[in-house]
Design a protein around this ligand. Sequence first.
Ligand code: AOF
Ligand code: ZN
Length: 368
Amino acid sequence: MTHEAYMAEALQLARQGLYSTSPNPRVGCVIVQQDQVVGRGWHQQAGGPHAEVHALRQAGEQARGATAYVTLEPCSHYGRTPPCADALIQAGVARVVGACRDANPQVADQGYQRLRDAGIEVIEGVLQAQAEELNHGFLKRMRCGLPWVRIKMASSLDGRTAMASGESQWITGAAARADVQHWRARSCAVITGVDSVLIDNPSMTVRPQDSHIEQDEHLWRQPLRVVVDSQQRLALDCKLLQQVGKVLWASTQPAINAHRASELGELQQWQAPANNGHVDLHALLRHLAEQGCNEVLIESGAQLAGAFVQAGLVDELVLYQAPTLLGSQARPLLSLPFEQMQQQLRWQWHDVRQIGDDIRFILRAPTG
Ligand code: AOF
Ligand code: ZN
């Protein structure tokens, strides 16, 4: 088997951590001795052993002289766990094949260097693009102090998301709505605007039973739900606050007093810097990155989603389009007050497929 084939297996293992490793990256490791896989591991949860440690435990003595395939540069620092580079050295591994570098400044390059210094052969960059894709949130947070930002939208064929009254159930079908649950589940935070909460009264939680997400129960974690509410109009009896899981209430106003706050359970309040009277969205994203958010999902109305896009803060659009016409009175996808052709924002196709009766488009932000 080739390096690519073993690395593909390590990536497949890493993907098992899609919904559970944050704030850590998703990482997989395969240990190969004389063309036999003798150890497999993946990182499950922050605080738990890294992928390499699981794989080395399984390989035992057979790790001596073996090749380790790792989807991320092995760590070289003492975090919640000791350095994987040291564990690989101690196990007597002869060669390490890596997919992508760790952008964590505590690790960057030092993991590979440590291995080379110990006389281990290191081959880098095998299936690098796939490995970076799996951790684009973690890598962006490490490089820029911002999470990967994805907007999910559902529209009609004519680009409408709701009737003028706000009525929107349902435009897309059950399969597309179940697919949305996957994006929520892999996100560290789901952001919405207060208007969506007041109109739709959503719970914004992940419902694994609705979405066929396979995940060990002990690894389940709900994303942080974030409400952008500059003027504190949130109704405290909304469904969002009745569900288990944390809610962050971002407003430009001072936190409400402790007496009322005590009614609010897991609600955290955050007073955001203001930008023209609104929550500064860049500051909000920085704040979320500081809390360890790698990927965030925006599920909001046209105003807030448009503001994120206009501020150049969005990396990816996930758009479900249903084969139905809602007419010109209905609400548009994004509120973008453009007047000239030169203002247009042209995105790049990333993936297009049919989900049930709807089409799902994934687009990436224009680069440069
Ligand atoms: C690896 N293998 O499986 C993971 C790595 O706090 P800790 O000890 O869990 O360390 C977290 C950091 O370690 C994380 O920010 C990233 O740089 C690296 N994650 N490294 O070699 C793994 N999960
Ligand atoms: Zn490690």
